[in-house]
Write a protein that binds this ligand. Sequence first.
Ligand SMILES: C[S@@+](CC[C@H](N)C(=O)[O-])C[C@H]1O[C@@H](n2cnc3c(N)ncnc32)[C@H](O)[C@@H]1O
Length: 270
Amino acid sequence: MGKINDIDMEKWKDYDDIITDSLWIIDKRDKSGNHKGDYHGNFIPQIPNQLIKRYTKENDWVLDAFLGSGTTLIECKRLNRNGIGIDIDSEILNIAKERATSEKGNSILNFINADSSKVDLSDTLSKNNIDKVQLIIYHPPYWDIIKFNDQPGNLSSAETLDDFINGFSNVIDNTSKYLEDERYLGIVIGDIYKNSQWIPLNSYIIQLMLNKGYILKSTIVKNVSETKAKQNKKAIWRYRALLGGFYVFNHEYILIFQKPKTKKKKKTSK
Ligand SMILES: C[S@@+](CC[C@H](N)C(=O)[O-])C[C@H]1O[C@@H](n2cnc3c(N)ncnc32)[C@H](O)[C@@H]1O
């Protein structure tokens, strides 16, 4: 496999901005440029920023299958990468489009309003004269913890845990076929608490990906910084935790997987 980023290993000591530890404590959201942080459930721009710098080169292509407010494509523009973003919700996709296209930069960006478990990207790729993308970022709903939209197909409306995992699995199968072999994908996910039980979405997703043959490269734990809404409820959550025998969520996960090399089919001799 060729080089997958623009890091010059002769100068490896110069890259203070690139995180290599598995515990990320990032207290301040980057709110510069068109990053607004106003979409409930968006991730901090530092997440796609780190993944893009680590796993792509300039002019490479990044796919985000749950684009939301467009954070990944704004970062693509800043870092001179091209991008494709998909979201099932047309309203948020329009906001993403407005924000990412008006961000400074010359990247090529494509916005697709579709269900990522069904969308066919072959036309989009051929219009851009590419066969594959070099990085995929997945930031799905953490099942039903935030109701994004009631549309059928929206993973936040999945009735059961199995439906959520199967729906996510379909998104992976339908989109990761467009990832170049031996390249990377990042999944941002949090666990949830339901009916007095911790539901380890991150563990189910790791198992799912291992079953699909992906190579787990890292499990990153990132702090979840406090929003105003959370600050107001801090005392009640502490009370509930003490009473219920659990710990209050303060972290989420960034799971890094590498796509294995596709095995060449053996020719059968007649
Ligand atoms: C956690 S948010 C992503 C936020 C995004 N990273 C940002 O920074 O704004 C998840 C998004 O996935 C979208 N979504 C849910 N199910 C989907 C599906 N099957 N296909 C495409 N998008 C989906 C939701 O509409 C929502 O915008």
